[in-house]
Design a protein around this ligand. Structure first.
Ligand SMILES: Nc1ncnc2c1ncn2[C@@H]1O[C@H](COP(=O)(O)OP(=O)(O)OP(=O)(O)O)[C@@H](O)[C@H]1O
Length: 299
């Protein structure tokens, strides 16, 4: 079982939103999509759920195009949230669940369990318009999962949530993954992708500029950061071959270096100077890799 996008291109007039994209996401996987605004993430998601047909290439879930799948197979949390503000929470869930072919009994049981999990059972009969933005988002999430989809696509699920609600939602997503749901989500916060996903894709101008396993991506990215605290001036390190950048702080000096051989070289040089209180080599963060590959940070 897998989600496949083979050489997918989607154009809007002269604009190529997604450009020859290959993605293979195995069943049960949690996959992260990163990219600056306009990189093509939402367009990719819309093709995954069958809302847009690609201009070239093909999309399939277990070999079938998304348009041909039963309504219960895919769940989608859209970027532009859309609930009926005047409807009460449970009425709304019953309406949406019925569209997916669920019985009222099953919908009520499932929604009650989710409202408990999200600590908002008292909003069962509240009108959506009277809920806070974060709680509306939790309701929208429930709408995306109440039919227990095999494939769950979440466009920016954590945006606008406070840290407590981010944690609640993360736990919910991990629980669904552990139960076998395949999950694809986008985020502008790389820490979410780093903490949840084994595999990811960074898109830029419709193309994946980085794609694969997070641990492999980090291993093959050679640049490192070096943190040093010493009882003598470290200014001479700025001239060492392979030092790309140097930031001298009150306590600590931070160096961006070409690769780990430079760290070894610096380590041996320091022995001749005096007492070194701290020396550590830091693995690159996804944020470092993103900036290098996309050439800018998120606005
Ligand atoms: N329906 C549409 N008609 C015309 N252009 C579109 C349409 N949908 C997307 N685009 C364009 O395609 C490009 C990719 O947009 P998309 O929404 O997929 O990016 P994104 O990565 O999801 O961005 P964001 O992080 O801002 O949500 C953008 O240049 C956008 O303006």
């Amino acid at each position: 079982m897998a989600l496949r996008m083979e050489n997918v291109t989607k154009r809007f007039g002269a604009k190529t939103a997604v450009d020859q994209l290959f993605l293979h996401i195995d069943s049960g996987e949690m996959f992260g999509m990163l990219g600056a605004n306009g990189a093509g993430k939402t367009t990719t998601f819309r093709m995954m759920i069958g809302l847009f047909a690609p201009d070239d290439g093909g999309v399939s879930w277990n070999g079938s195009p998304p348009q041909s799948l039963d309504a219960r197979i895919i769940g989608y949390l859209p970027e532009e949230r859309g609930l009926y503000p005047k409807l009460k929470v449970m009425e709304q869930m019953i309406y949406l669940g019925r569209l997916r072919g669920l019985s009222k009994h099953d919908i009520v049981a499932e929604v009650d369990a989710w409202l408990e999990r999200f600590h908002i059972p008292h909003y069962r009969k509240a009108k959506v318009e009277n809920l806070s933005k974060g709680n509306q988002q939790k309701i929208q999430f429930i709408a995306a999962v109440l039919h227990r989809p095999q494939l769950l696509i979440l466009d920016e699920p954590f945006s606008g949530l406070d840290p407590i609600n981010v944690d609640l939602l993360k736990k919910a997503v991990v629980k669904l993954k552990n139960e076998g749901t395949t999950i694809v989500f986008s985020s502008h916060d790389m820490k979410h992708v780093e903490s949840l996903c084994e595999n990811l894709c960074i898109m830029d101008k419709g193309k994946p500029v980085v794609h694969g396993k997070l641990s492999d991506i980090k291993r093959t990215y050679e640049k490192r950061k070096l943190h040093i605290r010493a009882d003598f001036s470290l200014s001479f390190l700025g001239d060492v071959d392979g030092v790309l950048q140097m930031t001298v702080g009150a306590e600590e000096t931070m160096l961006a270096i070409r690769d780990e051989t430079v760290a070894k070289d610096i380590f041996s040089r320091l022995q001749d100077y005096g007492y070194v209180r701290h020396f550590s080599v830091q693995e690159p963060t996804l944020h470092d890799i993103f900036i290098e590959k996309v050439g800018r940070t998120y606005a």
